[in-house]
Design a protein around this ligand. Sequence first.
Ligand code: G
Ligand code: G
Ligand code: MN
Ligand code: NA
Length: 253
Amino acid sequence: LQIETDLRRAIERKELSLAYQPIIRLKDGELAGFEALMRWEHPKRGTIPPSEFIPIAEMSDLIGPLGMFAMERAVSDLTGWQTQLGDLPIFTSVNLSSAQLLNADLYNDVRGLLQRTQVNPQQLKLELTESLMMENPEQARLVLAKLKETGLSLALDDFGTGYSSLGYLTQFPFDTIKLDKSLVRDATEKRAVLLRSVIAMARALEMDVVAEGVQTDEDAAELAKMGCHYAQSYLFGPPAAADAVMRLLKERF
Ligand code: G
Ligand code: G
Ligand code: MN
Ligand code: NA
């Protein structure tokens, strides 16, 4: 596959970058952190979205190096911001493919990165969708537990979509759930009942809740009333490059 060959070279050719989307604390509207989203600027084909290249990486041996690139870049950007501005009360959330959980090196790679950079692990979250987690739940549980021992936290992404099951909330050591935008938008009365219940359940399990794709200030206020901790959506800001984030942080802190 040509695109696989191209992807293989993309890291060393510096065609990959991260875009950071703000995550807002609903209680006070303060910036709480960012989700790091990978971007690929292909020299001939222009910007290729992760929905196209992540599955290709997952089907080859590329997801490991790509995933570590994301984590390393996220940590170095965070370190860079804090070198300029001092310690910041923010976290960065990096996507981890469940295919990476099958990689025996993952835990050592992550631990090595944390030790090498001395980044505060409490400022790092890894977010996973469950799509491949159930292929080998024992392995997934084991690796996630070891990752948590390093002090970072784990978020269950895309909650409320086809794959997710309530069972995941107790079977795996997640600290946070991210409500998928399909569940959050167009909050009809019935959906509000559902949202309120899911948020209450998560809180009872001592998990933080992030609502994705919140469309209006009214919906944000409603979610805050329901006890939802955080929101991430275009309403609060699009994904932005690391240097733009630096300017944003300078204004806020
Ligand atoms: O960036 P965009 O808004 O198109 O994100 C689409 C999806 O791509 C995200 O929901 C996320 O699950 C996935 N994605 C983005 N960046 C990464 C990454 O670094 N690693 C993995 N595994 N998935 C990513
Ligand atoms: O990892 P995850 O699949 O949750 O990634 C979030 C995706 O949702 C990214 O592709 C991001 O660009 C997108 N996104 C972020 N905010 C909004 C929003 O307000 N509306 C919609 N439709 N998509 C959003
Ligand atoms: Mn995500
Ligand atoms: Na999501």
